[in-house]
Design a protein around this ligand. Structure first.
Ligand code: NDP
Ligand code: MG
Length: 393
């Protein structure tokens, strides 16, 4: 029996994780569930999965959750705040932690899970992008097992030689090929992009996801963050990572070898596949996802990404090549700009402009400590807010 904490249980990945867990009550038990503000959803999940502990964002949310749980006769212990998130991610009773909080808010608890030597199922790519080497060192030092949930990285993990998880020099890997659907604006006239609404940007052609990652997919910053994520997870330099547009999202990524072989992982676009893979690894369990019917799909297409249409992708490659805390700045500026776009304070095309300006204006340094990272994160957020405020006037 594996005991699991799900950070971000009420989100898109959290809900898909619980769907897989519910199919295998003989294998998994839920130790803790966390959310930020969707208290009623969390209460319903607690009623179904009976966790020992539940964590929310504020004291008021905790009081509300506590009342809902007592009314249902549940004994789940209710806590709130960042320290409580770290506690349920590192508790001795926990085997596996699903890291599915969105954005930088997930860094502290995900790092706590890594430091405590847990099996870390990583969906929260922003945590790895912003902390890079520091996070990988924590995994190495504690003996934690890091398994990628992001569909591309999970695919790459499956296509690398068994048991490696990283690109070994001797394995003959020539390239990592990260596939990208291209999002909702792959073919839309560039000059009309300034007027797109948040709802249009969030309408992904292939995946149903939270709003932040949906906007990231529309700008292709999501792929940019994934390039940086692949660099850290697999130890691959920027030049060894290539982005390929594949609108059908059937191939989830590929690894190309020096003998000419290209290995790919295929499946229907449903996050329950990588979630089930990582939960059960190295075994396989049913995920609820329908088997792929290639004859119905018929055609798989591929094209090169257009860096002019998607400047965020270029910005991410630049940040990876610059190294140090450049990805931390990129991630923070992006989070602020995406939030401003979702709140209709800036237009879609201003997202990349804000990020580019922040990257230009702030100097980046070495990743020395978590405190130094958080200071860079805060500086980039403040600079992005100032730029957005100036543009709004
Ligand atoms: P959602 O927005 O759907 O869910 C986010 C979750 O995090 C919710 O449970 C939310 O709580 C919680 N949360 C939000 N803000 C905070 C905070 N400040 N402190 C603590 N918890 C918080 O996001 P997704 O599920 O789409 O994405 C989660 C992560 O997984 C992201 O990093 C994303 O990039 C990654 N990912 C997602 C994929 C997908 O298909 N959705 C695919 C690959 C990666 P509440 O519900 O109360 O707001
Ligand atoms: Mg992905």
């Amino acid at each position: 029996m594996q005991s699991i904490t799900i950070l971000g249980a009420t989100g898109s990945i959290g809900v898909s994780t619980l769907d897989v867990v519910a199919r295998h009550p003989e294998r998994y038990t839920v130790y803790a569930l966390t959310a930020h503000s969707r208290v009623e959803e969390l209460a319903a999940q607690c009623a179904q999965f009976r966790p020992v502990r539940a964590v929310v964002g504020t004291a008021a949310a905790a009081a509300q959750l506590d009342a809902l749980l007592r009314a249902k006769g549940l004994r789940t212990e209710v806590e709130w705040g960042e320290q409580a998130l770290c506690d349920v991610a590192s508790a001795a009773a926990v085997d596996s932690v699903m890291a599915a909080i969105v954005g930088a808010a997930g860094l502290a608890p995900t790092l706590a899970a890594a430091r405590a030597g847990k099996k870390v199922l990583l969906a929260n790519k922003e945590a790895l992008v912003m902390s890079g080497q520091l996070f990988m060192d924590a995994v190495q030092d504690s003996g934690a097992v890091l398994l990628p949930i992001d569909s591309e990285h999970n695919a790459i993990f499956q296509c690398l030689p068994q048991g490696y998880g990283r690109v070994p020099a001797a394995a003959g890997v020539s390239k990592i090929l990260l596939t990208a659907s291209g999002g909702p604006f792959l073919k839309r006239a560039v000059e009309t992009l300034d007027s797109v609404t948040p709802d249009e940007a969030c309408k992904h052609p292939k995946w149903v996801m939270g709003r932040k990652i949906s906007v990231d997919s529309a700008t292709m910053m999501n792929k940019g963050l994934e390039v940086i994520e692949a660099h850290w997870l697999f130890g691959a330099p920027a030049d060894q990572i290539e982005v390929v547009i594949h609108p059908q999202s059937v191939i989830h990524s590929m690894v190309s070898y020096n003998d000419g072989s290209v290995l790919a992982e295929l499946g229907n676009p449903d996050m329950r596949t990588p979630i089930a893979h990582a939960l059960a690894y190295p075994e396989r369990i049913a995920s609820g996802v329908a088997q792929l019917d290639l004859t119905r799909i018929g055609t798989l297409q591929f094209e090169k990404p257009d860096f002019q249409r998607f400047p965020c992708l270029a910005l991410a490659f630049d940040a990876l090549r610059a190294g140090g805390t450049a990805p931390t700045l990129l991630n923070a500026a992006n989070e602020v700009a995406v939030q401003a776009f979702l709140e209709q304070r800036i237009g879609f095309r201003q997202i990349d402009r804000v990020i580019a300006r922040v990257m230009d204006e702030l100097s980046h340094g070495a990743v020395s400590s978590i405190e130094a990272l958080m200071a860079q994160d805060a500086a980039a957020r403040a600079a992005a807010e100032t730029l957005i405020g100036a543009q709004a006037k």
